[in-house]
Design a protein around this ligand. Structure first.
Ligand SMILES: Cc1cc2nc3c(=O)[nH]c(=O)nc-3n(C[C@H](O)[C@H](O)[C@H](O)COP(=O)(O)OP(=O)(O)OC[C@H]3O[C@@H](n4cnc5c(N)ncnc54)[C@H](O)[C@@H]3O)c2cc1C
Length: 536
C-alpha cells in the first residue's frame, strides 16, 4: 500500500550542493514532516444509509466503502495544495464513499442510482490530477462518491492488422505497456506520471507524454471509445477516418468526468521500436535553442523527444542530478573549454527502426552543431532516461526540507512564446519574492510549443495553500494576457476554470458545453465544479 502523502516508497537524498544553493537562493527554510494517515482528520460520511445499500446492490457489497482510510486516500490529487493539505493531516476534502465497480454495466448502474439520489460522482483513475480534477465539490447535492475505476484494468482486444488496442479505463500505463508488449506493440505515451496514471484519465484530460513530439499526444491516439452517462451510453466505434459530422470523440477528450465515465477506449498502437537513442546537448543560450528546435520541427526531420531547458532549469537539473552523472562543476569546466558559458540543456531522443533513428539523428546532429550546440553524448541522454520519473519523489524530499515545489504549464505559438515565457516568470517572481523559476519546452508543434515551469520557493509554514494559490493566479493571469493557453496538458479541473473561457471560445463556447452537459447529465452529478468557468 502506497504512502498517503509520498509518491514513492523511498525518497532520494538532496545532494549537498543542492541544499546549499537552495538555502542561498530561497532564504531560510523550515523543515516539515507529514502526518500519518491514521492521525488524519476525516469528516463523518454524509451518504445516507439507504444510498449505500442501493449502491451495494448494483455494484456489489465489497465495491462500496465508507471507512476513513479509503475516503482519505481519495481526498484530492497530486497538486502542491493537495499534498500540503494531506501532510498536515487535513482530509476534509474526502468523498463520502468510495465505489469500485467491476465492469462497465456496474458503472452505468451506479450513475443511475446517483442521479436518482442526487449524489455527486467524481470519477477516479490514477489519482494524479494536478489541477483539482478530483476535488470533492458537492454543489447542491446530497453527498459525494469517488468512483474508483481501478478494477476496470484489462486490455480487452488487440487488432494487429489495424494496429488498434481496446482497454478498460482504469488500467495503469505500466500494466497496459506490459500487456501490449506480449503482442509486440507499444502505446509510447509516457507522461511523468506514467507509473500511476490510468489510460481513461489520460483521455479525459488530453494528456501529453514525453515523446509527444514524435508519437503525438493522447488526442492523436484515440480511435474509439464508450462513455457511460447518467442518461445512457455514448458508443463511438473505432474509425480509420470519417466525415460523419462533428467528431464526438473530441468532445469526450478533455471532458474531465463532467459528462460521463469513459468505460472503454480504443487506441492506436505501434510496434515496439527496435532502437531507442537519447543524447544530451548544450546550446549556447535560450534564444538559439528556441530557433534551432523550431527549425527541426518545422522543416524536419525531428527527434521524438526534444526537451530544451532554460538556464535556470539547466542549473537546477545539474544540481539535483545525484551520483555525479552530470555534476555542475565538471560540466561547466567542459563547456568553458568548448566556449559555451551559460548554456541550455537539450535532450534529444529517437525511437524507431535502426535505419530511421540513424538517418534522423545524423541530420539533427549536423543542425545542432551548426547552431553552436555542444554534444554531451549518450551519457547525458541515459542520465535523463534514468531520472525521467524521479522528480515526484524528489519533490517529497523538497517538501520535507521546507521547499514549495510546484509546476505549471502552458503552450504558445512560436510568435508569442517569448512573451508568455517572460510574463509567467515575472508573475511568479513578483508573487513569491525569492524564488527559482526554471522552464523547459518539450512538446513541439510546427506552430509552437509547450512551456513547462518548475517553481521552487521557501514554503510559507503558516499558510502554504494561500502562498501558492496567489502565485498560481498571478501566473494564470499572465498566461491569458500574453496569449498562451491556460493548459497544454494538465487539464482544467478547478485550478484553471476561472481562466479557461478564452480557450473554450468565449461565452458561446461555454454555453454550448453547458447545454451538452445538461443533456447528458441533467441533475449535474458528474464531477461538479470542474472544467466549466462557473461551477455546475
Ligand atoms: C508527478 C506528476 C507528473 C505528471 N506528468 C504529466 C505529464 O507528463 N503529462 C501529462 O499530460 N500530465 C501529467 N500529469 C498530470 C496527470 O498525470 C494527468 O492529468 C493524467 O492524465 C491524469 O490521469 P489519472 O488516471 O491519474 O486521472 P485522475 O487524476 O484520476 O483524474 C483526472 C480527471 O479525469 C477524471 N477521470 C479519470 N478517469 C476518468 C474516466 N475513466 N472517465 C471520466 N473521467 C475520468 C477525473 O474525475 C478527473 O477530473 C502529471 C501528474 C503528476 C502528479
Amino acid at each position: 500500500m502506497t504512502s498517503w502523502t509520498a509518491w514513492a516508497d523511498s525518497q532520494p537524498q538532496l545532494p549537498a550542493a543542492a541544499r546549499s544553493v537552495l538555502a542561498e537562493r530561497l532564504g531560510p527554510l523550515t523543515p516539515s514532516s507529514a502526518v500519518a494517515l491514521t492521525d488524519a482528520t476525516v469528516p463523518e460520511p454524509r451518504l445516507p444509509a439507504h444510498v449505500v445499500q442501493r449502491l451495494a446492490q448494483v455494484a456489489g457489497e465489497d465495491a462500496v466503502t465508507v471507512d476513513h482510510e479509503s475516503r482519505a486516500r481519495h481526498a484530492g490529487g497530486q497538486a502542491y495544495v493537495d499534498i500540503a493539505r494531506r501532510r498536515r493531516g487535513d482530509a476534509a476534502a474526502s468523498p463520502d464513499a468510495v465505489v469500485t465497480p467491476a465492469d462497465a454495466a456496474a458503472v452505468s448502474a451506479v450513475l443511475q442510482v446517483c442521479a436518482e439520489e442526487r449524489v455527486a460522482v467524481v470519477p477516479w483513475g490514477g489519482g494524479t490530477s494536478v489541477v483539482g480534477g478530483l476535488d470533492a465539490e458537492r454543489a447542491d447535492l446530497v453527498a459525494i462518491v469517488a468512483l474508483d475505476l481501478s478494477r476496470l484494468d484489462a486490455l480487452l482486444v488487440v487488432d494487429p492488422v489495424s494496429r488498434l488496442a481496446t482497454f478498460q479505463p482504469g488500467i495503469r500505463t505500466p500494466a497496459a505497456e506490459d500487456a501490449l508488449a506480449t503482442h509486440g506493440f507499444t502505446l509510447g505515451h509516457v507522461p511523468q506520471s506514467f507509473e500511476r496514471a490510468s489510460l481513461g484519465g489520460y483521455v479525459v484530460t488530453r494528456s501529453a507524454g514525453q515523446s509527444s513530439t514524435g508519437v503525438g499526444r493522447i488526442d492523436d491516439l484515440v480511435a474509439g471509445l464508450r462513455m457511460a452517462t447518467p442518461t445512457g451510453e455514448l458508443v463511438l466505434a473505432p474509425v480509420a477516418g470519417s466525415a460523419a459530422g462533428p467528431d464526438l470523440r473530441r468532445l469526450v477528450l478533455g471532458s474531465e468526468g463532467t459528462l460521463g465515465v469513459v468505460t472503454e477506449v480504443t487506441l492506436r498502437v505501434r510496434p515496439v521500436p527496435a532502437e531507442r537513442h537519447y543524447e544530451g546537448w548544450v546550446v549556447p543560450d535560450w534564444e538559439t535553442g528556441l530557433t534551432v528546435v523550431r527549425a527541426l520541427i518545422q522543416d524536419g526531420p525531428h527527434p521524438d523527444i526534444a526537451r530544451l531547458s532554460d538556464p535556470d532549469e539547466t542549473e537546477v537539473s545539474m544540481l539535483m542530478s545525484s551520483a555525479g552523472r552530470l555534476t555542475r562543476s565538471a560540466l561547466s569546466g567542459y563547456l568553458r573549454l568548448r566556449g559555451v558559458s551559460n548554456g541550455c540543456l537539450l535532450i534529444t531522443g529517437y525511437e524507431g527502426s535502426a535505419r530511421d533513428v540513424r538517418h534522423r539523428r545524423d541530420v539533427v546532429r549536423a543542425q545542432l552543431r551548426s547552431a553552436g550546440a555542444v554534444s554531451l553524448g549518450t551519457r547525458a541522454g541515459r542520465s535523463w532516461e534514468h531520472a525521467r520519473f524521479a522528480a515526484p519523489a524528489l519533490r517529497d524530499t523538497l517538501f520535507d526540507s521546507g521547499v514549495l515545489a510546484e509546476t505549471l504549464e502552458t503552450a504558445a505559438t512560436w510568435t508569442s512564446l517569448p512573451a508568455v515565457y517572460a510574463a509567467v516568470r515575472e508573475a511568479l517572481q513578483s508573487s513569491l519574492g525569492r524564488v527559482v523559476v526554471g522552464c523547459h519546452i518539450s512538446h513541439l508543434y510546427p506552430t509552437g510549443a509547450s512551456l513547462y515551469f518548475t517553481v521552487l520557493a521557501a514554503a510559507d509554514a503558516d499558510d502554504p495553500d494561500a502562498q501558492w494559490l496567489s502565485a498560481k493566479t498571478a501566473a494564470n493571469d499572465a498566461i491569458v494576457s500574453a496569449g498562451g493557453t491556460i493548459t497544454h496538458h494538465h487539464g482544467v479541473g478547478t485550478a484553471h476554470r476561472g481562466h479557461v473561457q478564452p480557450d473554450l471560445g468565449g461565452d458561446v463556447g461555454v454555453r454550448a458545453l453547458r447545454a451538452l452537459k445538461r443533456e447528458l447529465d441533467p441533475v449535474g452529478i458528474m464531477n461538479p465544479g470542474k472544467l466549466l468557468p462557473d461551477p455546475r
